[in-house]
Design a protein around this ligand. Structure first.
Ligand SMILES: *[C@@H]1O[C@H](CO)[C@@H](O)[C@H](O)[C@H]1NC(C)=O
Ligand SMILES: *[C@@H]1O[C@H](CO)[C@@H](O)[C@H](O)[C@H]1NC(C)=O
Ligand SMILES: *[C@@H]1O[C@H](CO)[C@@H](O)[C@H](O)[C@H]1NC(C)=O
Ligand SMILES: *[C@@H]1O[C@H](CO)[C@@H](O)[C@H](O)[C@H]1NC(C)=O
Length: 603
């Protein structure tokens, strides 16, 4: 059999073309001594760069050497947290019992041993805004006599164990965890999740450009390796104007990325004013975090490991700061290893690459240990506002007051100011005061009461004239506020929140909506998207999967929650019977419900 004649190989043509080019180049070579000098220095320079670049390539591959892949390849920004809408449910139908919810759920974790005033405000505001029932981690485990360090270890262990072992939390689920004592919610969960995903999408495009792709073995045999983005953001913490104070020289304070806000956003003393209140928020604060459960598990596992090596009261804060710093150092080492030195040099000239500052950092890296956690921070307080050093950075604004919104940024000396508009995601929300048209006729608890259930007329009150806590510097309306600054401001700020004057009625509406047709409807038409499938409203879960009613957790806090003299929550009409606001739909996994809950509602 005659061998078929080989096709003309492509490289032959290329070689030919190169030879022609060299020939031409030779004939047009520089002839004057000056031109020669320039040409030879240029050649020497590029040769020098070539040497540098090839020597760098012998450094270890940081990306491959330390575990850098995340638990699964899908990115959190693409998680489908919302179900497609259903329109085929009618009022005369009963709901299927096997209602399944395969898409990721949202969980709210609040590490709290008891219902303090702060905890109750966090819980009440979350409920008013329609978050799924929060889970209290460590509830009822007051550790009297324990040291602060022991308490921190206990809290972190419970968080880690809950994330790892709970049957309720699946690895793709989105988990929001907030400090118990000092968090107020301002905006509903759909905004939280959408903004979280939008921020990741935007930042991950930048990280792809900055760090490029790596190759991993293909999952199907015999195919070429897959390309994956080397580094990406998967978890967002709140950003603070202040780094964890005991760590001044740590990578967590020095090497982490600069804020995305303009460098003069607080005037010409931005980032240099000594007391820090004109800093752009840049450093990690652990008071609020959102991410997928699998990513948070890795983070809290490592934070607990670091915490146990030390003995510090705020060891969790320190550990998370260090983890963020080390992650950024490894990323920078890997970037320097792989970057094209010519590009780097040009971009340096133009000032468009901001290399991380690792000049003073020395780290002892352990082979095989993970330093990559996909950690990022919310620089512009779109999700989380940290109050520390920032108490003067927010104001409560009614966006329909054009007099106010047109001068606001100028008042705060924001350079290049413009008129603020109500963020479009908030403008698209349904009216927050709309009382269900079935509310008055329903027999479900809490029973309708003309005095207790009074809400403002939705024709006149909406997001456009609700006072919203706004950051004029970043032009954002944060989803939640973390009041970690001056404790004395907590009462005053609570009373500024848009829902405060109607808090009791809004909370009653929230509880009532968990029953009857409205709930069924909303569960199937989209509202259910935000619930975990255990259902239930007007109470919280514990990490041991017990249901506790809000009145049980927050008894005696009514003055601080509502300040309305209308009596204890859920017993307003002197009704001695504790209303049963418990679960519906799917059952809790193998847990015995408390006595008050024996009659499981069916709808
Ligand atoms: C429920 O109501 C819809 C429209 O009102 C009707 O088409 C349907 O037949 C009813 N279903 C039952 C089971 O009665
Ligand atoms: C890098 O950090 C060190 C230590 O804080 C500091 O002295 C130095 O000025 C920084 N370098 C740059 C380029 O910011
Ligand atoms: C609008 O804002 C201005 C400036 O803060 C204030 O004086 C005025 O009372 C506000 N108007 C309304 C209707 O709230
Ligand atoms: C209140 O909700 C109903 C139905 O849910 C809707 O038709 C109505 O337009 C809403 N009212 C306002 C003021 O948004």
């Amino acid at each position: 059999m005659a061998p078929s004649s080989p096709p003309l190989p492509q490289f032959e043509e290329v070689k030919l073309a190169t030879t022609t080019m060299l020939w031409r180049f030779y004939h047009q070579r520089p002839r004057t001594p000056r031109a020669k000098a320039i040409a030879y220095s240029a050649i020497a320079f590029f040769f020098f760069l070539f040497i540098i670049s090839s020597s760098r390539r012998n450094e270890p591959d940081f990306w491959a050497k330390f575990p850098s892949l995340h638990p699964f390849p899908e990115s959190p920004e693409n998680a489908q947290v919302a179900l497609p809408q259903r329109t085929d449910i009618f009022m005369n139908q009963t709901l299927p019992h096997d209602l399944d919810k395969p898409n990721p759920q949202l969980h709210v974790l609040v590490p709290a041993q008891q219902g303090s005033r702060g905890t109750c405000r966090a819980l009440a505001s979350a409920m008013i805004l329609g978050y799924p029932p929060p889970t209290l981690v460590g509830y009822g485990h007051e550790m009297s006599g324990a040291t602060d360090f022991e308490k921190t270890v206990d809290r972190m262990t419970r968080i880690r164990d809950y994330l790892k072992q709970s049957k309720v939390v699946k690895e793709h689920d989105i988990v929001l965890m907030v400090d118990a004592d000092d968090v107020f919610f301002q905006l509903p969960p759909e905004i939280l999740v959408t903004r979280f995903q939008d921020i990741l999408r935007k930042n991950n495009r930048k990280l792809l450009k900055r760090y490029g792709v790596g190759t991993v073995e293909s999952t199907t045999e015999g195919t070429p390796p897959d390309l994956v983005q080397k580094y990406s953001q998967r978890v967002l913490f709140g950003a603070s104007k202040k780094c964890y104070s005991a760590l001044k020289d740590d990578a967590g304070c020095i090497s982490v990325p600069q804020s995305t806000l303009p460098p003069d956003v607080f005037g010409w003393k931005t980032d240099i004013y000594p007391d820090g209140h004109l800093n752009r928020p840049r450093w990690l604060n652990p008071g609020a975090v959102i991410g997928q459960a699998a990513d948070l598990r890795l983070i809290y596992d490592e934070a607990l490991r670091l915490l146990e090596q030390r003995h510090k009261k705020h060891g969790d804060y320190q550990a998370l700061t260090q983890m963020y710093g080390r992650q950024e150092v490894i990323r920078e080492l890997e970037r320097r290893r792989t970057v094209n030195p010519i590009t780097e040099w040009f971009q340096g000239l133009l000032g468009i690459n901001e290399p991380a500052n690792i000049s003073t950092i020395s780290l002892r890296l352990e082979t095989g240990r993970r330093y990559e956690f996909g950690i990022g921070v919310d620089f512009e307080s779109q999700l989380f506002f940290n109050q520390i050093l920032a108490r003067d950075d927010v104001e409560w604004i009614k966006f329909n007051n054009i007099t106010k919104t047109s001068i606001l940024q100028a008042q705060y000396r924001v350079p290049r100011e413009h008129r603020l508009l109500l963020p479009s995601d908030i403008a698209a929300l349904p009216n927050p005061f709309n009382q269900s048209r079935f509310a008055k006729d329903q027999t479900t608890r809490p029973e309708w009461d003309a005095k207790l259930d009074i809400l403002p007329n939705p024709e006149q009150h909406s997001w456009h004239n609700a006072p919203l806590m706004t950051n004029p510097h970043s032009a954002t309306v944060p989803v939640l506020a973390h009041l970690n600054g001056d404790e004395k401001l907590r009462n005053a700020w609570w009373e500024e929140m848009w829902f405060f004057p109607w808090a009791r009625a809004l909370l009653r509406r929230y509880v009532r909506v968990s029953h009857g047709f409205d709930a069924a409807q909303s569960a199937l038409l989209g509202g259910q998207n935000w619930w975990d499938m255990r259902g239930g409203r007007g109470g919280v879960w514990t990490d041991k999967e017990n249901w506790v009613t809000l009145s049980e957790v927050c008894e005696g806090q009514e003055r601080d929650l509502f300040d309305d003299d209308l009596g204890p929550w859920a017993k307003e009409n002197g009704d001695p019977d504790e209303p049963v606001y418990n679960k519906f739909g799917n059952l809790i996994h193998g847990k015995e419900p408390p006595e008050a809950e024996e009659e499981v509602e069916e709808w």
